[in-house]
Design a protein around this ligand. Structure first.
Ligand code: ACO
Length: 393
């Protein structure tokens, strides 16, 4: 067997078998920065704590797309356009109807989003204006798809969007049929802003790779949803909540967590590939959950979670010294989304609602500045084999 080295062998910069591209810079971006040592998330120059709880999701989407927060008239115009885009094309309505019968929420979302090219007024138009309109249509429609799917699968009558409601309020309204309280709307805005963008995560990278081939924005977001679905990315927001529920009362926390670690299990909602200190999003989401706790009757659950966090960090520091395992975004996400009345299997689709802002901004950035993303692989198979006809094998 010949042992000719492949071209990719010439300059290996990482061990592809183990690295998962860890630490490799694959794009330049002005959108967001994740500093894992300082526990700092910057969105277009703003610390996440500066935006979350203050800016609406629409404001942050505008910030991501345009590089500056909108003025009042600009925000109003954006909101008018987003309202106009809430009506889904018939292809998407048909896809949701079919999906509601027997598809899981993330599969349903991917299936319906894929059909959103149907009413693109001019698919050949690759101008920034046309792509910005596509970004706006996606941002407006992803929540409508999730809510429509949810109502249909529960065989509940559909709730028409209300033009005077912003994106977060209308999402909650179309899901439940009830107008949400201002506190709940603020809670959801805080969540959506907090997850709107996060550096070169797997789904964002997927979107950029697709955009880099000069494919269309809907394809890029469809692919990103597929990447987000996986439990190593956005597909496991429920397990931290399962753990808190299993612990049940604060005094059980230490023994429960020690027993899990002794069995070789991981504590859910702790640890992060990039953050070596507490994920800044955990604090933001904790505060949002705390602000809602009295209205939603979740004060006790939140106090339990806080105690589980305190004990968990201690127990992990003992069990895994030097690993710097702290709370991640998932820990308080689930509590906050439960407070907002969302069922557990809609946590990941709601993550997609928020991340659509970042994904579409990355596609716009890739279209403006990027080059075809085409890495190489290190071939580890044989060379020069001889074809054996089928009947002789
Ligand atoms: N509980 C117990 N031990 C842990 C945990 C945890 N939550 N997280 C990491 N460790 C330990 C590992 O066992 C390993 O120890 P070892 O070398 O002695 O075997 C060490 O810390 C390093 O772990 P890795 O898996 O190499 O770290 P990685 O950066 O790949 O993992 C991850 C990050 C996947 C988030 C991990 O911390 C984990 O599994 N956490 C629990 C699941 C979770 O909370 N997921 C949501 C993540 S948030 C997000 O991605 C959106």
């Amino acid at each position: 067997m010949a042992t000719q080295p492949s071209s990719a062998n010439a300059k290996p910069t990482v061990d592809p078998a183990t690295s998962g591209l860890e630490g490799i810079v694959v794009a330049r971006t002005a959108l967001s920065d994740v500093n894992g040592q300082l526990g700092r998330l910057t969105i277009r120059g703003y610390d996440i704590e500066e935006l979350a709880g203050r800016a609406s999701f629409e404001e942050v989407a505008y910030l991501l797309w345009h590089g500056a927060l909108p003025r009042e008239a600009e925000l109003w115009q954006l909101q008018q356009r987003l309202m106009g885009y809430r009506e889904l094309p018939e292809e998407a309505r048909g896809a949701i109807q079919a999906a509601a019968r027997r598809m899981e929420p993330m599969d349903a979302l991917r299936f319906a989003v894929a059909s959103l090219t149907a009413d693109d007024p001019n698919p050949a138009d690759e101008s920034r204006e046309a792509n910005l309109a596509r970004a706006e249509r996606l941002l407006a429609r992803v929540p409508v798809i999730v809510a429509t799917y949810h109502r249909l699968r529960r065989q509940q009558p559909l709730v028409l969007p209300r033009p005077e409601l912003g994106l977060a309020a209308n999402f909650l309204y179309q899901l439940s049929g009830e107008e949400p309280s201002p506190a709940r709307v603020k809670g959801l805005n805080t969540y959506l802003v907090t997850v709107s963008d996060h550096g070169m995560n797997a789904s964002t990278f997927t979107a950029r790779v697709i955009a880099s081939t000069a494919s269309d924005m809907v394809s890029a977001i469809t692919g990103a949803i597929g990447a987000l679905k996986g439990p190593l990315h956005g597909g496991a927001p429920g397990p931290a909540l399962d753990m808190i529920e299993a612990i049940g009362t604060p005094e059980r926390a230490e023994a429960w967590m020690r027993a899990e670690l002794a069995k070789g299990k991981r504590l859910m909602g702790f640890g992060h590939r990039v953050y070596k200190v507490r994920d800044p999003r955990a604090e933001v989401l904790y505060r949002a959950a705390a602000a809602l706790a009295d209205e939603t009757g979740e004060r006790q659950a939140l106090e339990l979670a806080h105690e589980v966090e305190r004990v968990g960090v201690q127990v992990l520091a003992e069990a895994k010294p030097g690993r710097n395992l702290n709370t991640n975004v998932e820990f308080y996400t689930a509590l906050l989304l439960r407070e907002l009345g969302l069922p557990r299997d809609l946590f990941s689709p709601t993550f997609a609602v928020g991340r659509t802002a970042g994904w579409t901004a990355h596609v716009l950035e890739q279209q403006a500045t990027g080059r075809l993303i085409r890495p190489q692989s290190e071939y580890i198979g044989p060379y020069g084999l001889t074809y054996v006809p089928l009947e002789q094998r």
